[in-house]
Ligand binder design. Structure first.
Ligand code: SAM
Length: 259
C-alpha cells in the first residue's frame, strides 16, 4: 500500500489488492474515453487508477477526508472530479448524461444504496459492483429458492443482473470475513411491466415477504382479498417466495385500478 492509512471499519474499508481481480473489473466495465463514469468509494485508488487511464475524466464519490487528500496528490488527480461526502446523500442526477457506475462498495450501506440507485436507473447504462457474495446471490435469485426475497423482486424490476466474478477474502486488505462477488446490473425497465404506482408496488412486496413462512393470504390480508390474488393467477395459500416479480407488478396494478 502506498500510504499509511489505517482502514476505517465504520466506512467499510477493505482495499482491493489483487491485480487480477482489479483488471477483471476494469475489463468488465469496458470504459470508453468519453463515458460518464462514477466510482463510489475510490479508497486508495485500486480501481480508480486503472479506470482513469482509460477515461478523459472520472467522477468519484468518497466520504473519508484523508482519502480525498490522498487522491488529490495522485498523478491522475487532474482526471478526477471528486464529490466529497456520503453517497447516500449524493444526487446522481446532478451529473448529466447516461452514466456507468462502478464501485467496491462499503458493505454496510450496500442495500440502501442499491435501492437509491434503482431510482436513477433511467439515467444509467450499467453498474458494476463488488458486494458481499451473499447479497449478490439474493439479488440474482429466482423464485422458489431460499435466496429469493424482497431485494430480488425490487432489483429485478429495474435491472438484469449477472454475477461475474467470485472474489475471496484474501483479495483485500484487511480481509473481510465473508466472500465477495462482482455483479453487473443493466437497467431493463418495463421487462416486468410498469408499476403504475411505484410506492404501492414497493409496499406490496414488503408486506408479501413480511413473514416468509406465512401464506400470501395472511401477509397481504390488509391489502388484497383471496379474489384479488386469484384475479392475477396467485393462489392465496402460496408463499411470497413462489411468486415471480412480474406477478407482483400485475397485482399492484390490479389493486390500484380497483380503488
Ligand atoms: N475502491 C477501493 C478499493 O477497491 O480498494 C475502496 C473500497 S472500500 C470497500 C469502500 C470505500 O467506500 C472506502 O474508500 C470508503 O471510505 C468509502 N465509503 C464508505 N462509506 C461511504 C459513503 N457513505 N459514501 C461514500 N464513500 C463511502
Amino acid at each position: 500500500m502506498m500510504i499509511e492509512h489505517k482502514a476505517r471499519k465504520r466506512f467499510g474499508q477493505n482495499f482491493l489488492q489483487d491485480t487480477r481481480i482489479i483488471n477483471d473489473i476494469v475489463y468488465a466495465v469496458r470504459p470508453q474515453p468519453d463515458d460518464v463514469v462514477i466510482e463510489i468509494g475510490p479508497g486508495l485508488a485500486a480501481i480508480t487508477q486503472p479506470l482513469s487511464q482509460k477515461l478523459n475524466r472520472l467522477h468519484v464519490c468518497e466520504i473519508d477526508r484523508d482519502i480525498i487528500q490522498y487522491l488529490k496528490k495522485q498523478s491522475f488527480a487532474d482526471k478526477l472530479i471528486i464529490h466529497e461526502g456520503d453517497v447516500l446523500q449524493f444526487d446522481f442526477r446532478s451529473i448529466s448524461g447516461s452514466k456507468k457506475i462502478v464501485g467496491n462498495l462499503p458493505y454496510n450501506i450496500s442495500t440502501p444504496l442499491l435501492f437509491k440507485l434503482s431510482q436513477v436507473a433511467d439515467e444509467v447504462i450499467d453498474m458494476h459492483f463488488m458486494l458481499q457474495k451473499e447479497v449478490v446471490e439474493r439479488m440474482t435469485a429466482v423464485p422458489k429458492t431460499n435466496d429469493y426475497g424482497r431485494l430480488s423482486v425490487m432489483l429485478q424490476y429495474f435491472f438484469e443482473m449477472e454475477s461475474l466474478i467470485d472474489v475471496p477474502p484474501e483479495s483485500f486488505t484487511p480481509a473481510p470475513k465473508v466472500d465477495s462477488a462482482v455483479v453487473r446490473m443493466i437497467p431493463v425497465l418495463g421487462r416486468m411491466g410498469i408499476a403504475e404506482d411505484f410506492k404501492h408496488f414497493e409496499n406490496l412486496v414488503k408486506q408479501a415477504f413480511h413473514q416468509r413462512r406465512k401464506t400470501l393470504r395472511n401477509n397481504l390480508k390488509d391489502i388484497a382479498s383471496d379474489e384479488d390474488l386469484q384475479a392475477v393467477g396467485i393462489q392465496p395459500q402460496q408463499r411470497a417466495e413462489e411468486i415471480a416479480p412480474e406477478c407482483y407488478v400485475q397485482l399492484s396494478n390490479y389493486l390500484i385500478k380497483k380503488k
